[in-house]
Design a protein around this ligand. Structure first.
Ligand code: CA
Length: 222
């Protein structure tokens, strides 16, 4: 899952980025409100971690602009311990959750998973599709009850396909789930990981939509 982190404090930003990466998120990090607005205007994120006190456009400005534009990406705001008014204004402006500095990185990751889960309309933490059961928190997958060992990128790709079951995802959309900005993308990477997944799961789960992308049907075809 791709997260946009907006934080101007270098030390804190570094720590949050590292902590969330360790929890399995792909993290894009920008340090001011203008860059955050540009990013959410052109890219898709599973959630935002948004500091409110930013140079230039504040976090609150970013949040209001997003919501006014109809962007419903879940937003978790970061605020100082004594900034109760900020939290209230943030929640009223459309934030979904908040964390008070200093916060625990494990808890932040869990809150983000919960936000993404709620945003996609699921109450249970696992995604079930036919015989496949994926647990984003535990980062496990079972096939007909048997655990399947997946690499981090195979897991990220399958997670994206399962979250969007029934929809075709293009190669470019899938690459967004595998890479962060500035990372070198090999042209056939998605195909390679799809190939690995088919070898591990069986060929009937992931369908190729020629010239468009890949699709995990709501129910795998018999
Ligand atoms: Ca700040």
């Amino acid at each position: 899952m791709r997260i946009l982190l907006v934080e101007d404090d270098r030390l804190l930003g570094d720590a949050v980025q590292a902590g969330l990466r360790q929890a399995g998120f792909a993290v894009e990090w920008v340090t001011d409100g203008g860059a955050a607005e540009a990013a959410v205007g052109t890219e898709t994120f599973a959630a935002l971690v948004l500091d409110l006190g930013l140079p230039g456009r504040t976090g609150l400005d970013v949040l209001r602009t997003m919501r006014a534009a109809g962007n419903r990406t879940p937003v978790l705001i970061l605020t100082a311990r004594d900034a109760v008014e900020d939290r209230i204004r943030g929640l009223d402006a459309g934030a979904d959750d908040y964390a008070v500095k200093p916060f625990d990185l494990g808890e932040l990751a869990a809150r983000l998973r919960a936000l993404v889960r709620r945003a996609t309309g699921r109450a249970t933490p696992t995604i079930t599709l036919g015989e496949l059961v994926l647990d984003p928190a535990a980062r496990t997958l079972t096939l007909a009850g048997a655990p399947v060992d997946l690499s981090a990128r195979e897991f990220a790709l399958l997670h994206a396909l399962m979250r969007h079951a029934g929809q075709v995802l293009t190669r470019a959309q899938l690459e967004e789930h595998l890479y962060e900005w500035g990372q070198e993308v090999e042209s056939n990477t998605v195909e390679v990981f799809i190939h690995h997944l088919r070898r591990k799961l069986g060929a009937d789960h992931i369908r190729t939509v020629r010239g468009v992308g890949y699709l995990l049907p709501q129910q795998p075809e018999a």
